[in-house]
Design a binder for this molecule. Structure first.
Ligand code: AMP
Length: 571
């Protein structure tokens, strides 16, 4: 399959914002693709070359791409820079200048999906001295054979700026539509994706043989999409919803998925990044566990045995950075409070009810080790939930998680199988996790930091779009203002993200990447925000305050529009 066909579809997708149209355009591509091509196309749409947990980074900065465009187009450096200045998008610059190419290459061959993917993969693998030159040359080679439209998307891809606004759900729908003409295959495809977090693998398996997708099995070292919790306002509502249920402490640490096969152990974050190197102490403890093969999940955080104090996620990470892993591991030992089991010695446990998973989990953990089961009680009344909630708060924990005794593990889904009750609910402070989409230049006393606040958005998982919810100007220390400015400067983009609905323009747009926890007093309707917009008015946070950066969450794990709508109902 020619890459041009894919590039043309991307171009069409960019012009549309409707999910159905995007789905159809992608479905047509998958229809024509071989399984191998579909695998690569699925990764490319995600802006990746491999699943995120493999941590493959193309690593090409603007400077090098400018150089490649200069070389391939034959224009001078100043012309290329001038075009960049006026277009603000190197993809458009490549399209324009390579279209007018002065130096026609003698041996132009057309680009196939596989050849483009392979070249990009080689670029990502190049390391060591001279690698930048090698990367530029490979890109020039691609440019020499590219049509203008191909050049545009190759450029955006290598810069990490593809941003088609196509979310994973659209890719999953498109796979189903490509095979059956409708979404009837969506459920098993989505389940498979939630069990391996590898969209390319799922596309390939599905195109090879759709039946194989129904029988998809989890595998050690392929991280599972984390289940998410719904929230309710108080213990009474929880009992009304679940009846007899399990209540666990909710630890404010770092969510990890532990994969073990023999002596090999890997640890993945909630964002499915491989974090094994950060947790040598946990790895050692996992190696000593009895099962040969296991996948389980838990919350990692430091705990001080003397004063029985838990350290928050931020404090734990700060200490790990400050003292180095070895010292921190001794001084502030890390514990993993395991709360779920997905796989045990050949058995997929994700379909077992909660209580059965919990029993199996407890069968190989001791309450004294580094890895212990989370504190759990089975309760029948709101009063019991409340007393566990108070006990959790007195230990400086975040709150509790109530769990449906019969529910299977709801990979990648927010269901009432888990219900969270946090300390802020019903009290003076509630928080959401929002994505930064823009920032403001500081005025007055803040001018010296070049930073005056952020524009944040939540994620609408039904439309796969971001919707703004607040402009956050308070809660930043002076130190943080400087750090935010630096961090966001790097992510600055000239145009608003294509998958963002907004009314307000910040001074600078940024690529939606960083998630922050924002506190607020209540939620109101406002015409300046787009979250859950009805009759021209969106939901907005009143008195938003910055609490902390959530490094552990990616933009698609941010609070969803649906959750905000629910919270609005409570408030
Ligand atoms: P939130 O981030 O507020 O939506 O709450 C969900 C998070 O709570 C999960 O992603 C876990 O990281 C964390 N958590 C802490 N303790 C537990 C527990 N016992 N069971 C499940 N999740 C927990």
């Amino acid at each position: 399959m020619q890459f041009e066909e894919v590039a043309k579809a991307f171009n069409e997708i960019e012009k549309r914002s409707g999910r159905l149209e995007m789905t159809d355009l992608l479905a047509r591509i998958f229809e024509k693709a071989s399984p191998e091509e579909a695998e690569r196309i699925a990764y490319i749409i995600q802006g990746e070359l491999r699943p995120p947990y493999e941590g493959i980074d193309l690593g090409m900065g603007e400077k090098f791409v400018l150089e490649a465009i200069r070389k391939a187009s034959g224009y001078g450096k100043s012309k290329v820079e001038q075009e960049f200045e006026s277009e603000g998008d190197l993809g458009l610059v490549a399209e324009k200048l390579l279209g007018k190419k002065r130096q026609q290459s003698l041996f132009q061959t057309s680009l196939s999906v596989l050849s483009v993917y392979n070249s990009m993969f080689r670029i990502s693998k190049a390391g060591g001295s001279g690698s930048q030159g090698m990367k530029i040359n490979r890109l020039v080679e691609m440019y020499n054979n590219a049509t203008p439209i191909e050049a545009k998307y190759i450029t955006r891809f290598v810069l990490g700026q593809l941003r088609l606004g196509v979310g994973d759900p659209t890719i999953l729908d498109a796979l189903s539509v490509s095979h059956e003409g409708d979404k009837s295959w969506r459920e098993p495809i989505e389940r498979a994706y939630n069990l391996c977090s590898d969209i390319g693998h799922v596309a390939r398996v599905f195109l090879e043989d759709p039946e194989k997708i129904r029988d998809f099995k989890i595998e050690v070292f392929k991280p599972i999409m984390p289940a998410m919790a719904e929230r309710l306002a108080n213990p009474k509502e929880i009992i009304a919803k679940l009846g007899k249920c399990a209540v666990e402490y909710k630890y404010d640490g770092f969510r990890i998925a532990v994969h073990k096969k023999g002596n090999r152990v890997e640890i993945y974050s909630r964002r499915l990044e491989k974090m094994t190197h950060m947790f040598p102490d946990v790895v050692a403890a996992v190696q000593n566990l009895r099962p040969r093969e296991a996948i389980f999940e838990g919350e990692a955080l430091a705990f001080n045995e003397e004063d029985k104090r838990f350290y928050s996620f931020q404090e734990t990470m700060h200490r790990r950075r400050k003292y180095g892993l070895e010292t921190a591991a001794k001084k502030y030992p890390l514990y993993v409070f395991a709360f779920d089991l997905h796989y045990l010695d050949g058995e997929d446990c994700t379909t077992c009810p909660y209580l059965e998973r919990r029993k199996k989990l407890e069968s190989f953990l001791s309450s004294k080790g580094t890895i212990k089961p989370s504190t759990m009680r089975i309760v029948e009344t709101a009063k019991e939930i409340d007393s566990l909630f108070q006990a959790a708060l007195s230990m400086k924990l975040e709150g509790i998680m109530a769990k449906d005794l019969k529910a299977p593990y709801t990979a990648g889904k927010r269901k009432f199988a888990w219900i969270k009750l946090k300390k802020s609910y019903g009290q003076e402070m509630d928080t959401i996790d929002a994505v930064i989409v823009g920032y403001y230049r500081g005025k007055g006393s803040r001018a010296r930091f070049g930073f005056g606040g952020i524009l944040v958005a939540v994620y609408n998982d039904e439309t796969s779009r971001f919707e703004t919810i607040a402009k956050v100007g308070s809660g930043f220390t002076e130190d943080e203002m400087g750090r935010f400015q630096k961090m966001l400067e790097e992510d600055k983009v000239k145009r608003p993200p294509t998958n963002l609905d907004y009314e307000m323009d910040p001074d600078f747009w940024v690529h939606p990447r960083h998630v922050v926890e924002v506190a607020y007093d209540n939620i109101t309707r406002s015409p300046t925000h787009t979250c859950g917009r009805e009759k021209g008015k969106g939901l907005a946070l009143r008195f938003p305050r910055m609490i902390r950066i959530r490094d552990d969450k990616g933009p698609f794990n941010a609070t969803t529009t649906k959750e905000v709508e629910e919270m609005h109902k409570f408030s």
